[in-house]
Ligand binder design. Structure first.
Ligand SMILES: Cc1cc2nc3c(=O)[nH]c(=O)nc-3n(C[C@H](O)[C@H](O)[C@H](O)COP(=O)(O)OP(=O)(O)OC[C@H]3O[C@@H](n4cnc5c(N)ncnc54)[C@H](O)[C@@H]3O)c2cc1C
Length: 424
Protein backbone atom coordinates (compact mmCIF):
# COMPACT_ATOMS: atom_id res chain seq x y z
CA UNK A 1 0.00 0.00 0.00
CA UNK A 2 2.81 2.41 0.88
CA UNK A 3 4.52 1.81 -2.49
CA UNK A 4 1.21 2.41 -4.29
CA UNK A 5 0.67 5.69 -2.41
CA UNK A 6 4.19 6.98 -3.04
CA UNK A 7 4.35 5.83 -6.69
CA UNK A 8 1.02 7.42 -7.63
CA UNK A 9 2.19 10.72 -6.09
CA UNK A 10 4.86 10.71 -8.84
CA UNK A 11 2.12 10.48 -11.48
CA UNK A 12 2.30 6.71 -12.03
CA UNK A 13 -0.89 4.70 -12.42
CA UNK A 14 -1.03 1.81 -9.97
CA UNK A 15 -3.28 -1.28 -9.85
CA UNK A 16 -3.29 -2.74 -6.34
CA UNK A 17 -4.48 -6.33 -5.78
CA UNK A 18 -5.51 -7.23 -2.21
CA UNK A 19 -7.40 -10.54 -2.01
CA UNK A 20 -7.76 -10.65 1.79
CA UNK A 21 -8.65 -7.11 2.77
CA UNK A 22 -10.97 -8.34 5.55
CA UNK A 23 -8.23 -10.28 7.35
CA UNK A 24 -5.82 -8.18 9.43
CA UNK A 25 -2.40 -8.40 7.81
CA UNK A 26 0.92 -8.22 9.66
CA UNK A 27 0.95 -4.43 9.53
CA UNK A 28 -2.45 -4.33 11.25
CA UNK A 29 -1.32 -6.87 13.89
CA UNK A 30 2.06 -5.20 14.48
CA UNK A 31 2.94 -2.56 17.04
CA UNK A 32 3.09 -0.09 14.14
CA UNK A 33 6.43 1.23 15.44
CA UNK A 34 8.83 2.36 12.72
CA UNK A 35 12.46 3.35 13.43
CA UNK A 36 13.04 6.41 11.23
CA UNK A 37 16.46 7.48 12.42
CA UNK A 38 17.26 11.05 11.45
CA UNK A 39 13.67 12.14 10.78
CA UNK A 40 12.59 15.77 10.90
CA UNK A 41 10.13 14.90 13.69
CA UNK A 42 12.95 13.43 15.78
CA UNK A 43 15.19 16.45 15.35
CA UNK A 44 12.27 18.81 16.09
CA UNK A 45 12.02 16.96 19.42
CA UNK A 46 15.69 17.76 20.04
CA UNK A 47 16.92 14.18 19.55
CA UNK A 48 20.21 13.78 17.71
CA UNK A 49 20.17 10.70 15.49
CA UNK A 50 21.04 9.69 11.95
CA UNK A 51 20.65 6.85 9.43
CA UNK A 52 24.33 6.02 10.08
CA UNK A 53 23.71 5.65 13.81
CA UNK A 54 20.85 3.20 13.15
CA UNK A 55 23.07 1.25 10.72
CA UNK A 56 25.77 1.11 13.38
CA UNK A 57 23.26 -0.33 15.89
CA UNK A 58 21.97 -2.82 13.31
CA UNK A 59 25.44 -4.14 12.49
CA UNK A 60 26.46 -4.29 16.16
CA UNK A 61 23.25 -6.15 17.07
CA UNK A 62 23.48 -8.67 14.24
CA UNK A 63 27.16 -9.00 13.33
CA UNK A 64 27.64 -10.80 10.03
CA UNK A 65 23.88 -11.27 9.55
CA UNK A 66 22.86 -7.95 7.99
CA UNK A 67 21.48 -7.88 4.44
CA UNK A 68 24.04 -5.40 3.08
CA UNK A 69 22.27 -5.34 -0.30
CA UNK A 70 19.63 -3.07 1.22
CA UNK A 71 20.75 -1.92 4.69
CA UNK A 72 22.29 1.43 3.78
CA UNK A 73 19.69 2.19 1.16
CA UNK A 74 16.88 1.51 3.65
CA UNK A 75 18.57 3.59 6.37
CA UNK A 76 18.94 6.61 4.08
CA UNK A 77 15.38 6.26 2.74
CA UNK A 78 13.54 6.16 6.07
CA UNK A 79 13.65 9.91 6.87
CA UNK A 80 12.36 10.60 3.32
CA UNK A 81 9.57 8.02 3.73
CA UNK A 82 8.62 9.67 7.02
CA UNK A 83 8.61 13.15 5.47
CA UNK A 84 6.45 11.92 2.59
CA UNK A 85 3.89 10.48 5.01
CA UNK A 86 3.89 13.40 7.42
CA UNK A 87 4.37 16.42 5.18
CA UNK A 88 3.06 15.32 1.79
CA UNK A 89 0.20 13.05 2.92
CA UNK A 90 -0.56 14.74 6.28
CA UNK A 91 -0.39 11.37 8.05
CA UNK A 92 -0.71 11.76 11.85
CA UNK A 93 2.86 10.51 12.21
CA UNK A 94 4.70 11.38 15.42
CA UNK A 95 7.97 10.65 17.13
CA UNK A 96 7.69 8.57 20.32
CA UNK A 97 10.24 9.96 22.81
CA UNK A 98 9.24 7.44 25.50
CA UNK A 99 9.77 4.31 23.39
CA UNK A 100 12.97 2.57 24.49
CA UNK A 101 13.86 -0.50 22.44
CA UNK A 102 16.53 -3.11 23.11
CA UNK A 103 19.52 -2.82 20.77
CA UNK A 104 18.83 0.79 19.80
CA UNK A 105 21.24 3.46 20.99
CA UNK A 106 18.61 6.16 20.64
CA UNK A 107 14.86 6.73 20.88
CA UNK A 108 13.87 6.61 17.20
CA UNK A 109 10.47 4.98 16.89
CA UNK A 110 7.62 6.69 15.09
CA UNK A 111 3.95 5.80 14.84
CA UNK A 112 0.61 7.32 14.03
CA UNK A 113 -1.79 8.35 16.77
CA UNK A 114 -2.71 6.06 18.56
CA UNK A 115 0.53 4.07 18.43
CA UNK A 116 -0.63 0.79 16.91
CA UNK A 117 -0.29 -1.18 13.70
CA UNK A 118 -4.05 -1.22 13.41
CA UNK A 119 -4.22 2.59 13.33
CA UNK A 120 -1.33 2.84 10.84
CA UNK A 121 -2.95 0.22 8.61
CA UNK A 122 -6.30 1.97 8.77
CA UNK A 123 -4.80 5.34 7.88
CA UNK A 124 -2.76 3.87 5.01
CA UNK A 125 -5.67 1.93 3.62
CA UNK A 126 -7.93 4.97 3.62
CA UNK A 127 -5.22 7.10 1.99
CA UNK A 128 -4.64 4.51 -0.75
CA UNK A 129 -8.36 3.98 -1.37
CA UNK A 130 -8.81 7.71 -1.97
CA UNK A 131 -5.60 8.23 -3.97
CA UNK A 132 -6.53 9.26 -7.52
CA UNK A 133 -3.75 7.25 -9.18
CA UNK A 134 -4.54 3.88 -7.53
CA UNK A 135 -7.11 1.35 -8.77
CA UNK A 136 -7.87 -1.07 -5.94
CA UNK A 137 -8.95 -4.63 -6.73
CA UNK A 138 -10.31 -6.82 -3.90
CA UNK A 139 -8.94 -9.99 -5.49
CA UNK A 140 -5.72 -11.70 -6.47
CA UNK A 141 -4.50 -12.01 -10.04
CA UNK A 142 -2.83 -14.67 -12.15
CA UNK A 143 0.35 -13.10 -13.46
CA UNK A 144 2.00 -13.94 -16.79
CA UNK A 145 4.77 -12.27 -18.75
CA UNK A 146 3.56 -10.39 -21.82
CA UNK A 147 5.08 -8.21 -24.52
CA UNK A 148 4.09 -5.08 -22.52
CA UNK A 149 5.56 -6.48 -19.32
CA UNK A 150 2.88 -8.43 -17.44
CA UNK A 151 -0.65 -9.61 -17.97
CA UNK A 152 -2.82 -9.83 -14.85
CA UNK A 153 -5.90 -12.02 -15.13
CA UNK A 154 -8.63 -12.44 -12.54
CA UNK A 155 -12.25 -11.69 -11.66
CA UNK A 156 -11.55 -8.06 -12.63
CA UNK A 157 -10.77 -9.11 -16.21
CA UNK A 158 -7.44 -8.70 -18.00
CA UNK A 159 -4.97 -5.90 -17.30
CA UNK A 160 -1.55 -5.03 -18.70
CA UNK A 161 1.20 -3.71 -16.44
CA UNK A 162 4.69 -2.53 -17.28
CA UNK A 163 6.18 -3.38 -13.90
CA UNK A 164 5.29 -5.66 -11.04
CA UNK A 165 5.81 -5.11 -7.31
CA UNK A 166 5.50 -8.21 -5.14
CA UNK A 167 4.35 -7.22 -1.64
CA UNK A 168 2.32 -10.17 -0.34
CA UNK A 169 4.11 -10.69 2.99
CA UNK A 170 6.28 -13.53 4.30
CA UNK A 171 5.64 -17.21 5.00
CA UNK A 172 4.97 -17.39 8.74
CA UNK A 173 1.53 -18.92 8.14
CA UNK A 174 2.82 -21.54 5.71
CA UNK A 175 3.56 -24.52 7.98
CA UNK A 176 5.43 -26.44 5.27
CA UNK A 177 7.75 -23.52 4.54
CA UNK A 178 8.36 -22.86 8.26
CA UNK A 179 9.21 -26.55 8.80
CA UNK A 180 11.59 -26.44 5.84
CA UNK A 181 13.37 -23.15 6.49
CA UNK A 182 12.98 -22.58 10.27
CA UNK A 183 12.68 -26.12 11.67
CA UNK A 184 13.26 -24.91 15.24
CA UNK A 185 9.93 -23.03 15.12
CA UNK A 186 7.91 -25.76 13.35
CA UNK A 187 4.67 -26.11 15.28
CA UNK A 188 5.34 -23.04 17.45
CA UNK A 189 2.64 -20.44 17.98
CA UNK A 190 2.39 -18.03 15.01
CA UNK A 191 0.99 -14.67 16.11
CA UNK A 192 1.24 -13.07 12.68
CA UNK A 193 -1.40 -12.95 9.96
CA UNK A 194 -2.79 -15.98 8.12
CA UNK A 195 -2.31 -13.94 4.92
CA UNK A 196 1.47 -14.47 5.17
CA UNK A 197 1.29 -17.67 3.17
CA UNK A 198 4.39 -17.32 0.99
CA UNK A 199 2.36 -16.92 -2.23
CA UNK A 200 4.32 -13.98 -3.63
CA UNK A 201 7.66 -15.59 -2.73
CA UNK A 202 6.49 -18.53 -4.87
CA UNK A 203 5.75 -16.14 -7.71
CA UNK A 204 9.30 -14.76 -7.66
CA UNK A 205 10.75 -18.28 -7.55
CA UNK A 206 8.87 -19.09 -10.76
CA UNK A 207 11.11 -16.56 -12.51
CA UNK A 208 14.33 -17.88 -11.01
CA UNK A 209 14.67 -15.49 -8.06
CA UNK A 210 17.36 -15.94 -5.43
CA UNK A 211 16.36 -16.44 -1.78
CA UNK A 212 18.21 -14.95 1.19
CA UNK A 213 18.07 -15.34 4.97
CA UNK A 214 15.29 -17.90 4.97
CA UNK A 215 15.97 -18.99 8.56
CA UNK A 216 15.67 -15.41 9.88
CA UNK A 217 12.55 -14.46 11.79
CA UNK A 218 11.08 -12.08 14.31
CA UNK A 219 10.37 -14.05 17.43
CA UNK A 220 8.15 -12.62 20.13
CA UNK A 221 9.06 -13.69 23.64
CA UNK A 222 6.45 -11.47 25.31
CA UNK A 223 3.43 -13.19 23.75
CA UNK A 224 0.59 -14.21 26.05
CA UNK A 225 -0.26 -17.92 25.66
CA UNK A 226 -2.87 -18.32 22.91
CA UNK A 227 -1.30 -15.50 20.92
CA UNK A 228 -4.19 -13.01 20.96
CA UNK A 229 -2.22 -10.42 22.97
CA UNK A 230 1.36 -9.59 23.90
CA UNK A 231 3.05 -7.31 26.40
CA UNK A 232 5.25 -5.38 23.96
CA UNK A 233 9.01 -5.05 24.19
CA UNK A 234 9.36 -2.24 26.74
CA UNK A 235 9.15 -4.00 30.13
CA UNK A 236 12.74 -5.36 30.42
CA UNK A 237 14.20 -1.94 29.54
CA UNK A 238 12.17 -0.47 32.40
CA UNK A 239 13.38 -3.09 34.89
CA UNK A 240 11.15 -6.15 34.39
CA UNK A 241 12.45 -9.72 34.61
CA UNK A 242 11.38 -13.21 33.51
CA UNK A 243 11.28 -16.33 35.66
CA UNK A 244 10.27 -19.89 34.84
CA UNK A 245 7.79 -22.01 36.79
CA UNK A 246 10.58 -22.88 39.19
CA UNK A 247 10.93 -19.19 40.05
CA UNK A 248 14.36 -18.89 38.41
CA UNK A 249 15.67 -16.43 35.86
CA UNK A 250 17.08 -18.08 32.73
CA UNK A 251 18.07 -15.29 30.32
CA UNK A 252 19.34 -11.71 30.10
CA UNK A 253 15.85 -10.33 29.53
CA UNK A 254 17.04 -7.32 27.54
CA UNK A 255 18.47 -9.37 24.64
CA UNK A 256 15.44 -8.22 22.65
CA UNK A 257 11.96 -9.67 22.18
CA UNK A 258 12.95 -11.74 19.16
CA UNK A 259 15.88 -13.68 20.65
CA UNK A 260 13.81 -14.08 23.81
CA UNK A 261 11.26 -16.30 22.02
CA UNK A 262 13.33 -19.50 21.76
CA UNK A 263 14.69 -18.94 25.30
CA UNK A 264 11.14 -18.81 26.71
CA UNK A 265 10.05 -21.81 24.63
CA UNK A 266 12.91 -23.82 26.15
CA UNK A 267 11.43 -23.48 29.70
CA UNK A 268 9.09 -26.04 31.22
CA UNK A 269 5.68 -25.74 29.57
CA UNK A 270 7.23 -23.37 26.99
CA UNK A 271 6.25 -20.42 29.19
CA UNK A 272 7.68 -17.87 31.62
CA UNK A 273 6.33 -15.30 34.05
CA UNK A 274 7.24 -11.70 33.18
CA UNK A 275 7.42 -9.75 36.44
CA UNK A 276 7.34 -5.98 36.83
CA UNK A 277 5.61 -3.49 39.11
CA UNK A 278 3.10 -0.68 39.28
CA UNK A 279 5.78 1.96 38.57
CA UNK A 280 6.60 0.21 35.28
CA UNK A 281 2.95 -0.21 34.34
CA UNK A 282 2.47 3.52 34.87
CA UNK A 283 5.03 4.11 32.09
CA UNK A 284 3.22 1.90 29.57
CA UNK A 285 0.20 4.12 28.95
CA UNK A 286 1.26 4.72 25.34
CA UNK A 287 2.04 1.07 24.58
CA UNK A 288 -1.01 -0.27 22.80
CA UNK A 289 0.13 -3.91 22.90
CA UNK A 290 0.47 -3.81 26.70
CA UNK A 291 -2.85 -2.03 27.15
CA UNK A 292 -4.62 -4.68 25.07
CA UNK A 293 -3.04 -7.47 27.14
CA UNK A 294 -4.12 -5.73 30.35
CA UNK A 295 -7.65 -5.23 29.09
CA UNK A 296 -7.79 -8.90 28.07
CA UNK A 297 -7.09 -9.85 31.70
CA UNK A 298 -3.58 -11.21 31.05
CA UNK A 299 -1.90 -9.13 33.80
CA UNK A 300 -1.86 -10.39 37.40
CA UNK A 301 -1.45 -8.09 40.41
CA UNK A 302 -0.21 -8.76 43.94
CA UNK A 303 0.71 -6.70 47.00
CA UNK A 304 3.52 -9.02 48.08
CA UNK A 305 5.89 -11.56 46.50
CA UNK A 306 4.35 -14.58 48.31
CA UNK A 307 0.95 -13.46 47.03
CA UNK A 308 2.36 -13.14 43.49
CA UNK A 309 3.91 -16.62 43.72
CA UNK A 310 0.55 -18.02 44.86
CA UNK A 311 -1.60 -16.38 42.15
CA UNK A 312 0.89 -17.25 39.41
CA UNK A 313 1.69 -20.74 40.70
CA UNK A 314 5.49 -20.46 40.87
CA UNK A 315 7.86 -21.62 43.62
CA UNK A 316 7.58 -18.92 46.38
CA UNK A 317 10.95 -19.56 48.03
CA UNK A 318 12.87 -19.47 44.75
CA UNK A 319 10.95 -16.38 43.63
CA UNK A 320 11.84 -14.49 46.82
CA UNK A 321 15.51 -15.44 46.36
CA UNK A 322 15.46 -14.45 42.68
CA UNK A 323 14.02 -11.01 43.43
CA UNK A 324 16.70 -10.52 46.08
CA UNK A 325 19.41 -11.32 43.53
CA UNK A 326 17.83 -8.97 41.00
CA UNK A 327 17.75 -6.16 43.58
CA UNK A 328 21.48 -6.71 44.19
CA UNK A 329 22.12 -6.50 40.43
CA UNK A 330 20.06 -3.31 40.20
CA UNK A 331 22.36 -1.88 42.87
CA UNK A 332 25.51 -2.70 40.92
CA UNK A 333 26.32 -6.40 41.41
CA UNK A 334 27.29 -8.29 38.22
CA UNK A 335 24.51 -10.44 36.74
CA UNK A 336 25.57 -14.06 36.16
CA UNK A 337 23.31 -14.08 33.06
CA UNK A 338 25.10 -11.06 31.63
CA UNK A 339 22.35 -8.47 31.76
CA UNK A 340 23.93 -5.03 31.97
CA UNK A 341 21.10 -2.82 33.20
CA UNK A 342 18.17 -3.47 35.54
CA UNK A 343 16.95 0.14 35.55
CA UNK A 344 15.55 -0.03 39.10
CA UNK A 345 14.72 -2.27 42.06
CA UNK A 346 11.23 -3.75 41.63
CA UNK A 347 8.87 -2.93 44.49
CA UNK A 348 5.29 -3.64 45.60
CA UNK A 349 2.66 -3.61 44.27
CA UNK A 350 3.85 -6.25 41.78
CA UNK A 351 2.50 -7.07 38.32
CA UNK A 352 3.11 -10.18 36.23
CA UNK A 353 1.95 -11.91 33.09
CA UNK A 354 2.55 -15.35 31.60
CA UNK A 355 4.31 -15.25 28.25
CA UNK A 356 5.44 -17.73 25.64
CA UNK A 357 7.61 -17.59 22.54
CA UNK A 358 5.92 -17.05 19.18
CA UNK A 359 6.95 -16.67 15.56
CA UNK A 360 5.74 -13.21 14.53
CA UNK A 361 7.04 -12.87 11.02
CA UNK A 362 9.67 -14.33 8.73
CA UNK A 363 12.64 -12.26 7.55
CA UNK A 364 13.82 -14.36 4.62
CA UNK A 365 12.57 -13.90 1.10
CA UNK A 366 13.39 -12.78 -2.43
CA UNK A 367 16.81 -11.16 -2.56
CA UNK A 368 16.70 -7.67 -4.02
CA UNK A 369 19.16 -4.96 -4.84
CA UNK A 370 19.21 -1.59 -3.07
CA UNK A 371 16.13 -0.29 -4.91
CA UNK A 372 14.06 -3.44 -4.55
CA UNK A 373 14.69 -5.11 -7.93
CA UNK A 374 14.40 -8.90 -7.45
CA UNK A 375 17.67 -10.66 -8.23
CA UNK A 376 17.88 -13.82 -10.29
CA UNK A 377 19.99 -16.76 -9.12
CA UNK A 378 22.59 -15.51 -11.60
CA UNK A 379 22.81 -12.22 -9.65
CA UNK A 380 21.16 -10.06 -12.33
CA UNK A 381 17.89 -8.18 -11.71
CA UNK A 382 14.82 -9.98 -13.08
CA UNK A 383 13.36 -7.64 -15.65
CA UNK A 384 10.72 -5.28 -14.16
CA UNK A 385 10.06 -7.32 -11.00
CA UNK A 386 10.35 -5.61 -7.60
CA UNK A 387 9.72 -6.95 -4.10
CA UNK A 388 9.23 -5.29 -0.71
CA UNK A 389 8.05 -6.18 2.80
CA UNK A 390 7.80 -9.73 4.06
CA UNK A 391 8.19 -11.42 0.67
CA UNK A 392 11.54 -9.66 0.09
CA UNK A 393 14.70 -10.55 2.00
CA UNK A 394 14.66 -8.58 5.25
CA UNK A 395 17.38 -6.65 7.02
CA UNK A 396 18.71 -9.55 9.07
CA UNK A 397 18.86 -13.29 8.59
CA UNK A 398 19.77 -16.28 10.77
CA UNK A 399 17.36 -17.30 13.48
CA UNK A 400 15.69 -14.93 15.90
CA UNK A 401 18.87 -13.31 17.24
CA UNK A 402 19.51 -10.95 14.35
CA UNK A 403 16.13 -9.23 14.49
CA UNK A 404 16.60 -5.72 15.82
CA UNK A 405 13.20 -4.32 16.90
CA UNK A 406 11.64 -2.36 14.05
CA UNK A 407 13.48 -4.19 11.24
CA UNK A 408 10.19 -5.36 9.70
CA UNK A 409 8.57 -1.98 9.13
CA UNK A 410 11.93 -0.29 8.52
CA UNK A 411 12.38 -2.52 5.48
CA UNK A 412 8.71 -2.24 4.40
CA UNK A 413 8.80 1.59 4.44
CA UNK A 414 12.48 2.18 3.58
CA UNK A 415 12.72 -0.28 0.71
CA UNK A 416 9.13 0.64 -0.22
CA UNK A 417 10.26 4.25 -0.68
CA UNK A 418 13.15 3.10 -2.88
CA UNK A 419 10.83 0.95 -5.01
CA UNK A 420 8.34 3.79 -5.40
CA UNK A 421 11.13 6.06 -6.70
CA UNK A 422 12.65 3.41 -9.01
CA UNK A 423 9.40 2.55 -10.78
CA UNK A 424 8.58 4.38 -13.95
C1 LIG B 1 2.87 -9.55 16.23
C2 LIG B 1 3.70 -8.72 15.30
C3 LIG B 1 4.26 -7.52 15.78
C4 LIG B 1 5.06 -6.75 14.93
N1 LIG B 1 5.50 -5.54 15.38
C5 LIG B 1 6.31 -4.80 14.59
C6 LIG B 1 6.76 -3.49 15.00
O1 LIG B 1 6.32 -2.92 16.00
N2 LIG B 1 7.67 -2.85 14.22
C7 LIG B 1 8.12 -3.40 13.06
O2 LIG B 1 8.98 -2.82 12.40
N3 LIG B 1 7.61 -4.56 12.58
C8 LIG B 1 6.72 -5.28 13.31
N4 LIG B 1 6.20 -6.43 12.82
C9 LIG B 1 6.55 -6.85 11.45
C10 LIG B 1 5.73 -6.09 10.40
O3 LIG B 1 4.37 -6.21 10.70
C11 LIG B 1 6.02 -6.66 9.00
O4 LIG B 1 7.40 -6.65 8.79
C12 LIG B 1 5.34 -5.84 7.92
O5 LIG B 1 3.95 -5.70 8.17
C13 LIG B 1 5.55 -6.48 6.55
O6 LIG B 1 4.80 -5.79 5.61
P1 LIG B 1 4.10 -6.52 4.39
O7 LIG B 1 3.34 -5.47 3.68
O8 LIG B 1 5.07 -7.32 3.64
O9 LIG B 1 3.14 -7.62 5.05
P2 LIG B 1 1.63 -7.50 5.50
O10 LIG B 1 1.46 -6.31 6.38
O11 LIG B 1 1.24 -8.82 6.08
O12 LIG B 1 0.83 -7.22 4.15
C14 LIG B 1 0.88 -8.12 3.06
C15 LIG B 1 -0.43 -8.00 2.28
O13 LIG B 1 -0.33 -8.78 1.08
C16 LIG B 1 -1.59 -9.41 0.83
N5 LIG B 1 -1.36 -10.62 0.02
C17 LIG B 1 -0.95 -11.84 0.42
N6 LIG B 1 -0.83 -12.67 -0.63
C18 LIG B 1 -1.15 -11.93 -1.74
C19 LIG B 1 -1.19 -12.23 -3.14
N7 LIG B 1 -0.88 -13.43 -3.62
N8 LIG B 1 -1.58 -11.23 -3.99
C20 LIG B 1 -1.90 -9.99 -3.52
N9 LIG B 1 -1.85 -9.66 -2.20
C21 LIG B 1 -1.47 -10.63 -1.33
C22 LIG B 1 -2.12 -9.72 2.22
O14 LIG B 1 -3.53 -9.84 2.21
C23 LIG B 1 -1.63 -8.53 3.05
O15 LIG B 1 -2.59 -7.51 3.16
C24 LIG B 1 5.33 -7.20 13.62
C25 LIG B 1 4.74 -8.38 13.13
C26 LIG B 1 3.91 -9.12 13.95
C27 LIG B 1 3.23 -10.33 13.41
Amino acid sequence: MFVALAAQSRGLRVALFEPQADTPNNLAISGGLVPMAGSALQSAAGVQDSPQAWLHDLRRFAPGMVNENIAESVAMALPAAGAFLHQHCAAPLRFLPDMVAPGHGQQRFHSVQPASGQALHQWLRQAVRSAPGVSWFDCSAEVERSSAGFELNGPHGRLQAMQLVLAGGGFGANADMVARYIPGMAGALHNGSATNNGSTIALGLRWGAQLWGMDGYQGQGHTNPGGATRLGMGIPSLGGILVNREGLRFVAEDIGPSALAPAVLAQSGGAALEIFDQTIEDQLGNHSAYQQARQAGCVLGAQTLPELAAVAGVDPVALQRTLGEVAACAQGQADPLGRRSFARVLSAPFKASWVTGALSHTQGGLLTDAVGRVLHENGQPIDRVFAVGGCAAGLSGRGADGYLPGNGLAQAFGLGWRVSQALG
